[in-house]
Design a protein around this ligand. Sequence first.
Ligand code: SAH
Length: 342
Amino acid sequence: MNKLKSMTIPEIGVILKELGQPAFRAKQIYSWLHKGVRSYEEMTNLPKALRDTLQEKYPICAPEVVRKQESQKDGTIKYLWKLSDGNCVETVLMRYHYGNTVCISTEVGCKMGCAFCASTLGGLVRPLKPYEMLDQVLFTQVDSGLPVSHIVLMGIGEPLDNLSNVLRFLELVNSEEGMNISMRHISLSTCGLVPKIDELAQHKLQISLAISLHGPNNEIRNKIMPVNKAYPVEELIAACRRYYDKTSRRIHFEYAMINGLNDSPQQAKELLALLKGLPAHVNLIPLNHVEESPLKPSTKAAVAAFQNLLEQGGVTATVRRTLGSDIDASCGQLRRKYTQKR
Ligand code: SAH
């Protein structure tokens, strides 16, 4: 189902050839699918007979909005979508000065087990198909009426645990005949799957790579991120250096500030030492409190002091604005509440 929406134009061309159709139809179908149509009836430049055949062989399905919440504070919109198999994923639309940004999910659930994250509480259900990632961007744009210019792969799931589908999604969303979103406007965030970082580097994409670091050493990371036991922090940073050597893209580090755990001046200094010589940007994220977790956000003063120390040490650091805090906009919270209620 929806096979065509995960395909490139040449691949659709092969299917059309089998149906005895001219090659130019592939591009027409591709561009309709990438506009977010819900049925072949909308493809008005295709012959009726072809529309009927496609409907029968390759039915189009699109996600349905189960919940839509709009922040009164900052216009952030959060969608909970129902996929064709009944599973739900979340997408968040954020309005930044440089453009509307969608944060998409890459898997239904997650198996990474980070202690502070709501997305992983129920484990991994399944990875998303390329078109299911594309649909989140398309239908957020269609439903909100707001043009999307930036994408972050920072919703539910671990993108590098679903790398081949993510790579195909990036190819689709970047294509000129599709949404034509520049790779430079796309960020991919990972908890640190080292071999997959190396694999991604081989593709030399112009996307931004973000690493969920959250601690400057193994002791802290082991406490909150089980992935660190497989790929300790020194191996992770070595992989980041290799990634930079291959792509010349500065690495972004996300650092969720957790009260009393990773937010001391000593830890800021450790972080500086860890990142020494690596072109890096640190994004400090005040922890979003998750009901099931005992971890609490750092104080504003601790965040500011940490940021100052990084800046003084020559590493640019920004504090992420907390958008949509009135609508459960952080990772996996809405899906969790919805699936628990059923
Ligand atoms: N699996 C990927 C991408 C999804 S999570 C990754 O780990 O990077 C996107 C970001 O939100 C990650 O940096 C993650 O660690 C962070 N995050 C998850 N729960 C959070 C919370 N409660 N407060 C602050 N940041 C959180």
